[in-house]
Design a binder for this molecule. Structure first.
Ligand SMILES: NC(=O)c1ccc[n+]([C@@H]2O[C@H](COP(=O)([O-])OP(=O)(O)OC[C@H]3O[C@@H](n4cnc5c(N)ncnc54)[C@H](O)[C@@H]3O)[C@@H](O)[C@H]2O)c1
Length: 401
């Protein structure tokens, strides 16, 4: 059994606690921290938490607590992580790890120096669809991953601090792009170095300083490309979709807006709730069977706490959060300069440089005697057409068999 200090009583504090104490779990939230005594009391009552406090240090230093979960606004992650490291507690931090790579690096350094367990709570790489698909990719079934595209769009976040650039560190890129970037990184391979990014960002709708819409490309050292599409101005619910293209296969995953469950109601339900960020309450509705499972929270905490018990690293650590922040820093720069910008990683723990990456890409077509096969296609009349490249002259011809 683990005794947990929960920092934050907002949307994510509630989701996390529901999961940590759900499904006959042995783990318990033991202390909750909130700025407001009233919200702390109310949260403690709702989740049967023995103690609440308005003192951050007191919550973290509680002698019985062995795991600190950070569910606070982005500008408070670093302070909380540093306090947890100092107290020698295991620490799990929600996304994004920091507002910048510099903040994330300070957090990584602190937990590593203190030798405490650390996990990056990137739930969307733990969704059942993602885990099943990652297993498919790792089995070799789609060949080499060429392109991993991930989208998270909705009509904008639910609390004021997200919209304040100083508190959040940015707009849709830092808030949603962090998920998409880590999803693509998992598909492409976390040991493959992200090299450079090209990013468009704009403020299309909301009267804010930060971006409310962005599209970005992350180029990896092996030639693969990660693509993210994020928006705070998308209407119609929360769209979480991934597509992966490999040399031998393809994956399409719709995690939230169209999961196969469809309801119609002329009246609406009494509490009005359908799913996170759903915009309609009546007519045809597209709910999610179990948000805590379908958003990855259940499998995420299972991995995190099992890893802690087993003395191993979880699938997502502060190092991963740091890499994501470094990619995001480059995105903000590229959105300004309108150029490809390098991803600056002071520490790289994946594969070394692969100078033959370009060569290995060109070697992909199959050898066929005098020719290399560029493409093989079955025609409507049943014959097979081959597009071939002469290996000596480079001339491209076609042949129907
Ligand atoms: N899928 C996910 O992983 C996911 C989803 C939502 C939010 N988050 C992350 O969780 C964190 C919190 O987001 P949220 O949606 O719960 O926000 P929220 O606004 O619903 O809750 C934030 C909590 O922090 C408290 N708080 C706000 N300002 C504070 C301050 N200055 N000092 C102390 N406490 C303060 C609020 O009272 C509240 O308890 C953010 O980092 C966000 O990015 C992650």
């Amino acid at each position: 059994m683990r005794k947990i200090t929960m920092l934050g009583t907002g949307l994510i504090g509630n989701f996390y606690t529901q999961v940590l104490q759900g499904l006959r779990s042995r783990d318990r939230v033991h202390v909750v921290y909130s700025r407001s005594e009233e919200r702390g009391r109310e949260f403690a009552k709702r989740w049967n938490v023995p103690r609440y406090t308005t003192d951050l240090k007191d919550a973290i230093n509680d002698p019985e607590t062995d795991v600190v979960v950070i569910g606070l606004p982005n500008n408070l992650h670093k302070e909380a992580a540093l306090l947890a490291a100092k107290a020698g507690k295991a620490v799990l931090c929600t996304k994004p790890l920091g507002r910048t790579a510099a903040e994330a690096k300070a957090m990584l350094d602190a937990v590593e120096k203190a030798g405490v367990f650390h996990g990056y709570l990137e739930d969307l790489v733990y969704t059942p669809k993602m885990m099943k698909s990652l297993d498919f990719v790792r089995s070799g079934a789609i060949g080499r991953v060429l392109w991993a595209r991930s989208r998270e769009t909705h009509s904008g976040p639910h609390s004021a601090w997200f919209w304040d650039k100083d508190a959040s560190g940015g707009g849709a890129i830092i808030d949603l792009g962090c998920h998409c970037i880590e999803i693509a990184r998992n598909y492409i391979g976390k040991d493959v170095r992200p090299v450079e990014v090209m990013c468009w960002a704009d403020t299309q709708v909301h009267p804010i300083e930060a971006e409310d819409h962005s599209i970005g490309l992350v180029r990896y050292e092996n030639g693969a490309i990660g693509q993210f599409e994020v928006s705070w101005s998308f209407r119609g619910g929360m769209d979480l979709r991934d597509e992966v293209a490999g040399t031998e296969g393809t994956i399409w995953a719709n995690n939230f807006l169209r999961t196969g469950l469809e309801w119609f109601t002329a009246t609406g339900r009494s509490d009005g709730y359908v799913a996170e960020k759903a915009e309609g309450e009546k007519g045809w509705l597209f709910p999610v069977a179990d948000e805590t499972v379908d958003l990855g929270y259940v499998h995420m905490f299972t991995d995190m706490l099992n890893a802690l018990d087993e003395g191993r690293q979880p699938l997502e650590t502060f190092y991963d959060g740091y890499v994501v922040n470094a990619i995001i820093d480059a995105c903000y720069k590229s959105a300004k300069t309108k150029r490809w910008e390098p991803v600056k990683l002071a520490v790289w723990r994946g594969q070394g440089a692969t100078p033959n990456a370009a060569k290995s890409r060109a070697a992909a077509p199959k050898e066929d005697g005098k020719y290399q096969t560029i493409k093989r296609e079955k025609l409507p009349d049943g014959r097979v057409k081959l597009i071939l490249k002469d290996k000596k002259t480079g001339k491209v011809i076609e042949r129907v068999e």
